[in-house]
Design a protein around this ligand. Sequence first.
Ligand code: M6R
Length: 610
Amino acid sequence: MCGIVGYIGRRNGADIVLSGLSALEYRGYDSAGIALLDETGEATLLKQLGRVAGLQKLIDETTLQKTPLAIGHTRWATHGKPSVVNAHPHSNADQTIFVVHNGIIENYVELREWLGKEGYHFASETDTETIPHLIDYYYKKTSNFEEAFVSAIKEIRGAYAILACSTMAPDKLFAARLSSPMVIGVNKDECIVASDPSAILQHTKEVVYVQDNEMAVIEKGSYRLVDLAHDKQVQRETEHLDFDINQANLGDFPHFMLKEIFEAPQTIRLASLGRSNASTGTVKLGGLESVADQLRYIDRIVIVACGTSYYAGLVGEYLLEEITGIPVEVQLASEFKYRNEPFSRSTALLAISQSGETADTIAALQKVQDYGVLRLGIVNAVGSTIARMTDAGVYCHAGPEQAVASTKAFIAQVVVLLLISLKLSKNGDNLYQPLLEEIEALPGKAQQILDQAPAIERIAKKYKKYRDFLFIGRGYSFPCALEGALKLKEVSYIHAEGYAAGEMKHGPLAMIDKDFPTFALATSGPLLEKTCSNIQEIKARGGVVVAVATEGDKLVAKHADDVIYIPKSLEQTEPILEAIVMQLFSYYVATAKDLDVDRPRNLAKSVTVE
Ligand code: M6R
């Protein structure tokens, strides 16, 4: 989704902002823009549709030399279509105030009406454009830019990360946040501000996060934070971000999605490293130690998440219930936040999110903030909003995930859910030791699947021509089938639906014919024969079947048209291996169709608006 980068310092702000925006490109966007102040405090505003690279061309066409201050933005359209006029930065009429914004201004219609009556004209259809006009309105009353900025922010309702600059205060950047991330990177003589630390890390790892209802006044190498609810200064030191910037590079892979799928063995290792040990029979989750006492009294867990994280949560439901005996419910965060349901203090809310910035998941956590319940998180992005707003949690340690389609994060989330289940099982479960041993065997098994990538690619190419796909599975493979369908549809634009295999006769069988293939998860286990019956029913109706089966199995190949084999594992850990197969399958179908697999149309990596 939208990305913000700003710079103030002695270097050329245009270069730093453009490289920061490029680092955020993976999030998805449709237009980009930059406002630059040169050494004399003169402003230049440049905007365009399409990629960040085009902005460099626009800058090259100007006579600009050095720009010690710059703010830039990549926009993913919400209010108003993608267009140059709707792109950020937005400005006041005489182009002395510039604003970039992530989020939504909920009261923008009434603000526009009011400002309209005050003589302000709007060029764009965006909610954002109200902000520079509002600041302008208050500046005309006070002639103090900081006061005008604060007054404007106090008028706004919604969710936002806002960064502003002005020719009236050419040595400062002004930032404010509410429910949308904003981080300041601090170096000697310079600061870089961004909506995501990955835009900053190539310059500094010393960062400070702006919190909700705060504003920041940022100068060369220093910052001042103000709590806007209480109009008082806030003291907060910088923190050191532990993040390997090389992980964010493509290396020899053609796409981030493939690179991230191939990181599966390492992902499993990193998610379990120092946490589980089969030889000592222990599971240690440092992130949960501070709430160990509360965890003893939890008698219900509600998991909230979106998209792939939601499907990982569904796998987690099976794991937690089977291994711990604690009842679990998984809810889509977008539904949870508007539902009225009983919620007791012995219920824990567990939010799962790769980015840690998903608006609906944040809203779900906010909803229970006054219930006195334990709020837990399984998050990949270190220091993200969800990681900071939960009482305790476990990081996925999957490293940055750049492709819009989530792959390695799903793997890490399921491993972490397994570890939490084992931790809460109090060692009493007879699955405890076998699962600990299996966790150690999984990286090798994941690698065996990756070694079959060329064969999976050959199969995927056969299926690129179809317009529809059904994904089926039973038991632990059912939520995994739902995730497989999501993966295929988002990267290949093939309509795909996930179903419990046992539901076939209750409706989906009606769709089956030679043009509607099925991807069947048919790995060995107590339900294999039943899944094989479903495959036969599909074949009997002229359907085509690609199946995932367990090495050594002879049954599935008798019925399916194509079979991909995975190493034998436990039922509880099979979703991890099946997911890798479906990720590769989806990737190769999409690339065979020549699609932009890392940035599928209409999608963004971090969904920071509702
Ligand atoms: O960052 P999150 O895990 O909270 O994101 C949730 C979904 O937006 C995300 O999983 C989305 O469904 C992916 N594109 C799926 O591949």
